[in-house]
Design a protein around this ligand. Structure first.
Ligand code: ADP
Ligand code: ADP
Length: 230
């Protein structure tokens, strides 16, 4: 069953750049699909068409069976977590407050929010007693990315979009984050689209890997195991 479906989705920016060329692609429920390819081949644009940070020029993008062009963007984004490389944590909010952002917007009561924040910080390997009161500048790069993941998962979205989330983390920290994220994704069953230019990361994480090439063309979609065998 497809949770996300691109149906001849195309994006041409106003300056004439064709970032994504008539894309047909499905993301299945509970799967971790990785988009991989060199810089500039349309991965981020593809991702952003899902939460409508970018609108398709033609074709359609469906999330949970509904055309994103016809859904209220706020309602849409409540169902879609989003993690980017530099995470964009709110600098003047503590770790706990950052993770609590969406629950607070949704009007959860304090007790429920506190429980959820605690559980999520545990999930991403940051002991709440130590970390909830810290500010982003008091964290390492890897720790900030963990907070970003926790914040994106706070309201238990069925879909999570990740754009080079571990790109700025040093290699050993990155490896650990990959392993932990893989475990978290299995545990929660969240449907994930994950963008990276790192083939190694793609095959390590992905259930399937979609390979993009220049001009926004999808070259192939493979089971990660197949790619590894090359
Ligand atoms: P990737 O994520 O694979 O690096 P992007 O989706 O960011 O690729 O970009 C695809 C192409 O679209 C690139 O040629 C890029 O320069 C171009 N592009 C991205 N954003 C814009 C924009 N806002 N306006 C014009 N061109 C853009
Ligand atoms: P506020 O004044 O907004 O409550 P806090 O930084 O104390 O600011 O808390 C922000 C969020 O993090 C709240 O939802 C709070 O319940 C949660 N939180 C704070 N400390 C902890 C902790 N030790 N364990 C779990 N959740 C915590």
């Amino acid at each position: 069953e497809a949770v996300i479906r691109f149906d001849r989705a195309r994006k041409e920016y106003p300056d004439g750049t064709v970032a994504v060329h008539e894309l047909d692609l499905e993301v299945r429920e509970h799967e971790l699909l990785v988009l991989v390819g060199a810089s500039g081949c349309g991965k981020s644009t593809t991702l952003r068409m899902v939460n409508r940070l970018v609108e398709a020029t033609s074709g359609r993008v469906l999330v949970e069976g509904r055309d994103v062009a016809t859904v209220d963007p706020v309602a849409l984004r409540r169902r879609i977590g989003y993690v980017i490389q530099d995470v964009g944590l709110f600098p003047h909010r503590t770790v706990g407050q950052n993770v609590a952002t969406v629950p607070e917007l949704l009007g959860w009561d304090r007790a429920r929010t506190r429980t959820r924040v605690g559980d999520l910080l545990e999930l991403v390997g940051l002991a709440p007693a130590t970390y909830a009161g810290r500010y982003p500048h008091q964290l390492s790069g890897g720790e900030r990315q963990r907070v970003g993941v926790a914040r994106a998962l706070a309201a238990d979205p069925p879909v999570l979009l990740m754009d080079e989330p571990f790109g700025a983390v040093d290699p050993s920290g990155r490896r650990r984050l990959q392993q932990e994220f893989w475990r978290i994704q299995r545990e929660l069953g969240t449907t994930v689209m994950f963008v990276t230019h790192d083939v190694d990361e793609a095959v390590r994480l992905g259930d399937r890997v979609a390979v993009f090439r220049r001009g926004g063309h999808l070259e192939q979609v493979s089971d990660a195991v197949t790619l590894l065998a090359r």
